[in-house]
Write a protein that binds this ligand. Structure first.
Ligand code: FAD
Ligand code: NAG
Ligand code: NAG
Ligand code: NAG
Ligand code: NAG
Ligand code: NAG
Length: 655
């Protein structure tokens, strides 16, 4: 068994969110984490074989998978009632003012904590559809010529996603309130992430699938198995043994207290990857070190990379690190006074997000919010506090347009050239070609039968129920970019929301469909309070969406897209950054286009696949290392660094 032949140490360098402001008292988890291999600066080794930037969802999966061989956010409902969104554990990003949202700015929370956004997310466990993942495989290998590309198609990604899971069916008590349909075979068993349902259900949810069906959206009896269309109660990342949040830290790190090869260094922001002066024989630069610092004022430190650097900073963190390393669009780097090492115009481009807006009704029925407000013993129980919104549905074009939507599709197709010309925030012909490829895929292959809209019911506010309308395949793309050489300045985020007309039309149709579902709920829903009965015409609905209602569903992606280089790609089918011999991106930045799904499950799939690739390649000497002699061939040690977090993983000698 080759995996027994080596061992591996990990060091995670994490950001301020972990031990807030350097005070252990402010971070109740600090001592616990010390026991898990958290180290101080002085214990840092001078170099590691692998350096991973980002100890979030994906980063911890990789860290854990690579070390397993040798061997407040906890109550789910805390997501609503004691959310860490907006606290020191949140990056608190905001977009640029959005011209097509009446110049509104939109907050983009992201977890600044061990576990990343999986420590603050809403725990919906939802997979993309088979067609979407198969389209990913095709777009990265347009001629069907790559075995590597097959890793990203549905069949393989389904296995990767399931590998992270341990599914537990809903309790009989829950089923007696809501007849939840599920198929255990669409989930994994024995994996680290606990996937289950809350301990309790709210009565209103019993009418979810029947109301949807009355509005033309049938019930989906076996969600998460490759088909997404229809209504269902989706599982959440809940640990049913103690009704707590299951996230990348609790699942992949905490159980491994005794792993002597896991080191975590808190309060470290990765500022850049230090690249070699010269290239290897294939013309690729290679990472020599990862530079990090406690804050803008503190001295920079470096940790050597003996084999690979893995960026797992998420859809904003990873492109930012690349750009500060001199890898990115020339017209972004030069004005920021960052010298261009590898001109890669796609870094930060192809930025896509899901937008959502909620219709709200008063309800005479009890919601979770009413129970919470009652402050009863039950309201404080772990069972009640495990309740998290989970009633969702995915609808196709026919459901939105009461027909095949052919006319709408023709309008979109007719606008292709104009959109490529005017809506892409890049002068690069590659990036424009990539936009066109994604556009054509969305307008043809994803029309009419791939899900276009997600509906989500919320029953967590007292006295009201809401149903969100969220577009899933936007035609608007934007970018994230740096505008200074200081890595502690925030990344500039411009998703160009609603820059393409189709997105607003899809959302408006979505709101109409949501209202049909509301009508089907009958007397369970009282008066509509937002946008309110007076908002009826298309113009009124658009005004409401643009001026106030439309916001983010928290699913940015595309900023380090896995696309061919001539389509403005950043990584190849092995997750390797073009132009770099030993740097990969492995997180939610790599999806080339949005899926009709929340992104955590697919990101777990990416991270599991990345772990597999890194392990496989451990046994083959990187060509760059072999030819340049600058990266030592595999010898007696193996190590990794991740930054949050950074984790630095270092290897112990073979014998
Ligand atoms: C409020 C919210 C609700 C959501 N709800 C859901 C949901 O219900 N279901 C679902 O499937 N998805 C949901 N998501 C999305 C999902 O959580 C993310 O897609 C997923 O966590 C992305 O994983 P990641 O590893 O790419 O990034 P992250 O999990 O964000 O991890 C990135 C990590 O890298 C760190 N980092 C970044 N830059 C640096 C740097 N320079 N140096 C060191 N460390 C760095 C960050 O601090 C973070 O720890 C939600 C997201 C949010 C924000
Ligand atoms: C998976 O969940 C079951 C409960 O359904 C539990 O008994 C088992 O210990 C879990 N396995 C893992 C690996 O977490
Ligand atoms: C809501 O669901 C309950 C239980 O399934 C059912 O008895 C009731 O008729 C439903 N109400 C409506 C309006 O569909
Ligand atoms: C599209 O949605 C409609 C209405 O929800 C449904 O009848 C139809 O079967 C769906 N199409 C596909 C291919 O699932
Ligand atoms: C919940 O139980 C798991 C084991 O199943 C454990 O690892 C975790 O720490 C527990 N969470 C809390 C907050 O107690
Ligand atoms: C970078 O962009 C942000 C957001 O628009 C702006 O506030 C800031 O002043 C810009 N910085 C520089 C150096 O131009």
């Amino acid at each position: 068994m080759p995996s027994r032949m080596w061992t591996l140490d990990i060091l995670l360098l994490t950001l301020a969110g972990l031990a807030a402001k350097g005070s252990c008292a402010a971070a109740p988890d600090f001592h616990e984490l010390v026991a898990r291999g958290i180290i101080s600066d002085s214990e840092l080794q001078s170099s590691y074989d692998y350096v991973i930037a980002g100890g979030g969802l994906a980063g911890l999966v990789i860290a854990s998978r690579l070390t397993e061989d040798p061997q407040p956010l906890h109550p789910p409902a805390g997501t609503y009632y004691t959310s860490i969104v907006g606290t020191d554990y949140d990056w608190k990003h905001v977009t640029e003012p959005q011209p097509d949202l009446n110049n509104r700015v939109v907050g983009w929370p992201r977890g600044k904590i061990l576990g990343g956004s999986s420590a603050m997310n809403a725990m919906y466990l939802v997979r993309p559809a088979r067609e979407e993942m198969d389209a990913w495989q095709e777009i990265i290998a347009p001629n069907g010529d790559s075995a590597a590309a097959a890793r990203w198609g549905w069949d393989n990604m389904f296995e990767n996603m399931k590998k992270s899971e341990n599914f537990t069916a809903p309790t009989q008590e829950v089923l007696s309130v809501v007849d939840i349909k599920f198929d255990a075979s669409t989930h994994g068993s024995g994996g680290p992430m606990q996937i289950s349902y809350p301990a309790i259900q709210i009565n209103i949810q019993a009418n979810w699938t029947s109301s949807l069906a009355a509005a033309g959206v049938a019930e989906l009896p076996n969600p998460n198995g490759g088909v997404t269309l229809g209504g269902f109660i989706t599982p959440s990342s809940i640990n049913p043994t103690n009704w707590t949040r299951s996230y990348s830290r609790s699942a992949y790190i905490d159980p491994h207290i005794a792993r002597s090869n896991l080191h975590i260094l808190p309060e470290a922001t990765v500022v850049r990857v230090v690249l070699s002066d010269d290239t290897d024989r294939s013309g690729n630069y290679y990472a020599q070190a990862v530079e990090f610092a406690r804050d803008a004022e503190s001295p920079r430190q470096t940790v050597g990379v003996r084999r690979e650097a893995v960026l797992a900073g998420g859809a904003l963190g990873s492109p930012k690190i690349l750009m500060h390393s001199g890898v990115g669009p020339r017209d972004v780097l030069e004005p920021s006074s960052v010298s261009v090492k590898v001109e890669l115009p796609g870094v930060g481009q192809h930025l896509q997000d899901h937008m959502t807006a909620g219709v709200v009704w008063e309800t005479p029925f009890e919601t979770a919010g009413n129970i919470h407000d009652s402050n009863s013993d039950f309201a404080r129980s772990a069972e009640f506090m495990s309740f998290i919104n989970d009633a969702i549905a995915f609808a196709n074009i026919s459901a939105l347009f009461n027909g095949p939507g052919t006319e709408f599709q023709q309008e979109i197709i007719a606008a292709t050239d104009d959109s490529v010309q005017n809506l892409v925030p890049s002068t690069s012909s590659e990036v424009r070609a990539g936009y066109r490829a994604i556009y054509e895929l969305t307008a043809n292959r994803f029309f009419p039968d791939v899900a276009q809209l997600e509906m989500l019911m919320s029953v967590i506010s007292p006295g009201v129920v809401s149903i969100q309308s969220a577009i899933q395949h936007p035609y608007s793309q934007g970018r994230a970019y740096i505008n200074s050489s200081n890595p502690f300045d925030p990344i500039v985020i411009d998703p160009q929301y609603y820059s393409h007309f189709a997105d607003l039309v899809l959302m408006r149709q979505g709101v109409k469909l949501v209202r049909q579902v509301g009508i089907a709920f009958g007397e369970t829903f009282g008066t509509e309070t937002s946008p309110g009965p007076e908002v009826q015409t298309d113009e009124q609905l658009d005004e409401w969406l643009v001026n106030s209602a439309a916001s983010t569903q928290f699913h940015p992606t595309g900023s380090c897209a896995m696309l061919p280089q001539n389509l403005g790609g950043v990584v190849d089918a092995n997750l390797r950054v073009y132009g770099l011999a030993n740097v990969r991106v492995a997180d939610s930045a790599v999806f080339p286009f949005e899926f009709a799904a929340h992104l955590a499950s697919a990101t777990f799939g990416v991270a599991e696949q990345a772990s597999e690739l890194l392990r496989q390649d451990f046994y083959t000497v990187p060509s760059s290392g072999a030819s340049s002699g600058k990266i030592p061939a595999l010898s007696l040690s193996f190590s990794i660094a991740i930054a949050f977090g950074i984790a630095v993983l270092t290897a112990l000698p073979l014998i």
